[in-house]
Design a protein around this ligand. Structure first.
Ligand code: ATP
Ligand code: MG
Length: 199
């Protein structure tokens, strides 16, 4: 047997295994996705999913819980999609910037009310809840209430939650959880946030 033959045989076997595995998976559902961990990429990956969903002709929504009115590249880019993106930046900034717990809670409650409205909007197929994990970590929102509402989402709605330190109850409820690990970050070498990469 030649090298080529061996390769072909091996790949044919692998394909059979792969095809059988794919055929086993038949469930369709709106996923609850969590991007967490200390490394960079949680929000970026959520925005990537928004782009993929937009490419399928869907309407998408995003609620930003903690971030305030920073000028980000994604906000400019998303204008190109018009009303197919329902974008709400409702945070007041990082908690150490506002230094006002009552105000943070009020901002998170406002963002959560918007979330519930978007979850009820049948025209939206993908909803990103950016930094919701931070709001839960600081107990600005009630964890049980949030998890119950996410679990009760429409069967065809995909929800993506981002932010470090995802709560175990949310991880438990989720279908897909990715932990971004920090192998190396330019910030530690004194490199500041770069336009087009960080914002
Ligand atoms: P991004 O929006 O770039 O995908 P992220 O959502 O994973 O980042 P956040 O916790 O929301 O991360 O923090 C946002 C900012 O912090 C980004 O500018 C990002 O580059 C930076 N950042 C993320 N991880 C680290 C890290 N390990 N060390 C320093 N800065 C980081
Ligand atoms: Mg982020």
């Amino acid at each position: 047997m030649t090298d080529d033959d061996r390769h072909r045989e091996k790949m044919a076997k692998r394909k059979a295994v792969q095809d059988a595995e794919v055929a086993e998976k038949t469930i369709e559902k709106g996923l609850l996705i969590v991007n967490t961990g200390p490394g960079k990429g949680k929000t970026t990956a959520a925005l990537g999913l928004m782009l993929r969903a937009l490419g399928r002709g869907w309407r998408v929504g995003i609620v930003q819980f903690i971030k305030g009115g920073w000028d980000t590249g994604e906000k400019h880019a998303i204008h190109a999609f018009g009303d197919r993106v329902d974008w709400h930046t409702l945070g007041e900034g990082f908690t150490w910037e506002t230094q006002d717990k009552a105000r943070d809670i009020a901002a998170c409650e406002h963002a959560w009310a918007k979330t519930e409205a978007l979850m009820a909007d049948a025209s939206i197929r993908l909803l990103v809840l950016d930094e919701l994990n931070i709001a839960l970590r600081y107990e600005y929102l009630d964890l049980d209430r949030v998890v119950a509402a996410l679990k009760a989402r429409r069967p065809d709605l995909h929800v993506v939650v981002t932010g470090r330190n995802a709560k175990p109850a949310l991880i438990e409820a989720a279908d897909l959880v990715t932990e971004m690990g920090n192998v190396k970050h330019h910030f530690s070498a004194g490199v500041k946030a770069q336009e087009g990469i960080e914002f």
